[in-house]
Design a binder for this molecule. Structure first.
Ligand SMILES: [Zn+2]
Length: 241
């Protein structure tokens, strides 16, 4: 559980960990009422948290649940060893993007256990008709090493973060994604030693963000591209008719 500024400016971690008020907008970390007392340093008394990010660390789950399981560890190399290629497109492994990545990063391709992830995120109203404005935000990871009959199963889709409304983070999604980006950067740059339960050996795991799956407004939030109005098409840009 990581505390967040209710205006989505920062997460209270690293250099902001001990602060009571947001250094950007000055709003309290806790829910405050008008008559709440302020202490001598200007911070308000502790109450319920104003906003929280739930981050479920991915590295530990790769280590202790995914590769530690014999069957899962075997299935994670399906894309390289286990499939019968029949000339049909049935999985991202058949895509030109997969092959292009292999030619760009031959070191990554050499180890079939290295993971390729899809990141999908969207908002969701948990309260149905009780509150039409409430919007919680979820980020899921899909593991494309697995065969097509497993990679979209609920068991293998990893919830990596969620924020519980009331507003969606919009362009400030980068603030909430920062713990996940840190873990992904570590898994790409430094790699992590993992025990492979199926082969009973350790290896250095490298992980790649293979693709993102989202609707057009969220694509704008993630990329920073303006997806509304003039020049809204990110492919044609200035030539959009
Ligand atoms: Zn703030």
């Amino acid at each position: 559980m990581i505390h967040a500024c209710p205006n989505d400016c920062i997460l209270y971690r690293n250099e902001f960990k001990e602060m009571h008020n947001c250094p950007r907008c000055g709003v309290s970390r806790y829910k405050v009422k008008d008559d709440d007392e302020c202490s001598s340093d200007g911070s308000t008394k502790k109450g319920p948290l104003a906003k929280v990010l739930w981050y479920l660390s991915i590295i530990q789950r790769f280590k202790s649940s995914l590769f530690a399981n014999l069957d899962d560890a075997k299935d994670l190399t399906w894309h390289a060893n286990g499939r019968n290629y029949d000339g049909m497109l049935c999985h991202p492994v058949d895509s030109s993007q997969w092959k292009k990545i292999n030619s760009h990063y031959p070191e990554f391709d050499k180890e079939a256990r290295n993971l390729r992830l899809g990141l999908t995120n969207d908002g969701m109203n948990l309260y149905g008709s009780l509150s039409t404005q409430h919007n919680s935000w979820f980020v899921l990871l899909v593991i494309y090493n697995l065969p097509p009959w497993l990679c979209m199963k609920r068991k293998y889709k990893m919830l990596s973060m969620m924020t519980l409304g009331p507003r969606q983070p919009g362009n400030d999604i980068d603030v909430y994604l920062s713990p996940l980006i840190e873990d992904l950067t570590k898994l790409w740059d430094k790699r992590v030693i993992v025990l492979d339960g199926y082969r009973n050996e350790t290896f250095k795991l490298c992980v790649m963000l293979f693709c993102t799956i989202n609707d057009f407004p969220t694509d704008g939030n993630l990329s920073g591209y303006n997806v509304k109005g003039h020049c809204a098409c990110p492919i044609y840009e200035e030539d959009t008719s």
